[in-house]
Design a protein around this ligand. Structure first.
Ligand code: MF3
Ligand code: CO
Ligand code: CO
Length: 269
């Protein structure tokens, strides 16, 4: 029951989980999503990102779950909080949010050994028109990627759906970070690219569990990692946004494990 090697591997090394495993993923995904619902009211000008992370840590503990990120490769926080031009892996700290800041909060929990990984965009105070458009396009690109998930399609179909849409909106897709398989481990094959060509890459099969988590920039796609070895920023300092869901391929479509229980996934609710 506790062993990570459930189901079997495809020739591409992608784990195929069993029918009974979807329930565990659903529970973990729903907890992560609920925490993202509940943190929304605390995102205000004047609060620090460390304060938001403390609240998240407490919520995970109260639920009797575990944070997947505390202790992961030396990371020490229950969330990544990425503000404005920070693409991903922003470290919660003393930074005080100011009016109009946009931020991604990314939470991964472990419940009974199953991983739920999801992130969303928030705004402190008033959302500018420019930020709103970036956030909309990023969210829509994730949902278009998810619509490409069904048995017989390929991972390239997912990437192509995201890239085609984002570039049609004159924005760019980050290449330096990708989604990943998950289940009873945090990061497993395959790398889920958010760009690509239709029909390329491994074929999607029922029982595959993975994340899709596109990062979209208003400027150029290049990123760099700061001296703390975590914080990734846009090289040209342009604004960036990200949304992430944990999903499964089902018999004829897709299940999203991390849908918002409160219907709040979209930022402009
Ligand atoms: N949750 C991130 C992801 O989507 C990973 C964060 S790893 C950390 O894969 F160590 F930076 F927290
Ligand atoms: Co992820
Ligand atoms: Co994540």
């Amino acid at each position: 029951m506790d062993e990570p090697n459930r189901g079997h591997l495809t020739k591409d090394g992608i784990r195929i989980y069993e029918d009974a495993d979807y329930a565990g993923m659903h529970i973990a995904g729903q907890l992560a999503a609920q925490i993202l619902d509940e943190i929304a009211e605390f995102v205000q000008p004047g609060v620090t990102t460390a304060h938001l992370d403390d609240i998240i840590t407490n919520k995970i503990e109260t639920a009797g779950a575990k944070s997947a990120t505390i202790g992961y490769k030396g990371y020490q926080h229950a969330s990544c909080i990425s503000v404005n031009h920070v693409v991903c892996h922003g470290i919660p700290g003393k930074k005080i949010l100011k009016d109009g800041d946009i931020l991604n909060i990314d939470v991964t929990v472990i419940v009974d050994g199953w991983y739920g990984d999801t992130s969303r965009m928030y705004v402190a105070g008033k959302l500018s028109r420019k930020s709103e458009r970036l956030i909309e396009v990023t969210h829509d690109s994730l949902m278009l990627g998810i619509e490409a998930v069904k048995p017989g399609n390929t991972f390239g179909d997912i990437g192509a759906a995201i890239q085609t849409y984002v570039e049609s909106q004159r924005m760019s897709v980050v290449r330096d970070f990708c989604g990943h398989g998950l289940g009873r481990v945090f990061h497993a094959p395959p790398n889920v690219l958010h760009y690509g060509r239709p029909g390329t890459g491994p074929v999607l099969e029922e029982g595959m569990f993975f994340t899709i988590e596109p990062m979209v920039n208003l400027g150029r796609p290049e990123t760099k990692v700061l001296a703390d070895d975590w914080t990734a920023v846009t090289r040209d300092k342009s604004l960036t946004a990200q949304f992430e869901h944990s999903v499964a391929v089902t018999a004829n479509s897709v299940e999203i494990f991390t849908l918002s229980p409160a219907g709040k996934f979209h930022p402009t609710y």
